[in-house]
Design a protein around this ligand. Structure first.
Ligand code: CA
Length: 223
């Protein structure tokens, strides 16, 4: 899952980044409205956490411009404590959820996960597809009920395929959501992760369609 965190307060920003990275997201950050707007307008994110009080272009304007441009990624806005009008304005501008400051990181994580699931049309915290089950609250993977230990990167890959199980995910898209826009986006790296993951999960879980991409095999069978 690729997430954009927009917050001008460096301490909060780093805290959000560290917490969400530890919770299975690849997190990119922006510290002002212009940067945030540009990133959100040109890159694909599974979720944006957007502080409303930003230097330069404020968060509300950023959000309105994204929505006016047809950018539909889920957005969770961070509002000032007690500022009910910010919550109303945020929702009206197209926010999917809000969290008043100060907040507990646990709540941010829970809301972030719920929003990503909802945006993909899957509400339940435990996602299953054939023999594969992913518990998004515990970041735990199992096959036929047997727990399979996975790395953070493997978890991100698997949960992305799970959320998009209705279709074949092209390698470029998968890389982008695993690493963001870093130099690490290499097809070889992706192949290596998939090989390791397939060894752990066993046959018949992750399918490849040459020239198109990857998919969960049980999703394919059930149509
Ligand atoms: Ca702020």
């Amino acid at each position: 899952m690729r997430l954009l965190a927009v917050e001008d307060d460096a301490i909060i920003r780093k805290d959000i980044q560290a917490t969400l990275e530890a919770s299975g997201f690849h997190v990119e950050t922006a510290e002002d409205g212009e940067d945030a707007w540009f990133l959100g307008d040109t890159e694909d994110f599974d979720l944006v956490v957007l502080d409303l009080g930003l230097p330069g272009m404020d968060g509300l304007s950023v959000l309105k411009r994204w929505r006016a441009n047809g950018r539909e990624m889920p957005v969770l806005v961070l509002t000032a404590r007690g500022a009910w009008h910010e919550r109303v304005e945020g929702i009206e501008a197209g926010a999917d959820d809000y969290l008043p400051k100060p907040f507990r990181m646990e709540e941010l994580v829970a809301r972030a996960r719920a929003l990503v699931r909802r945006s993909a049309g899957h509400g339940a915290p435990v996602q299953t597809c054939g023999d594969l089950a992913i518990d998004t609250n515990r970041m735990a993977v199992s096959v036929r009920g047997v727990p399979v230990p996975v790395t953070a990167l493997e978890y991100r890959l698997l949960s992305y395929l799970m959320l998009h199980r209705a279709r074949i995910v092209p390698p470029g898209e998968l890389l982008e959501h695993l690493y963001g826009d870093d130099d690490a986006r290499e097809a070889n790296a992706l192949e290596a992760i998939l090989t390791r993951l397939r060894r752990k999960l066993g046959a018949g879980i992750i399918g490849t369609r040459r020239g198109f991409g990857y998919f969960l095999e049980a999703a394919e069978e059930s149509g």
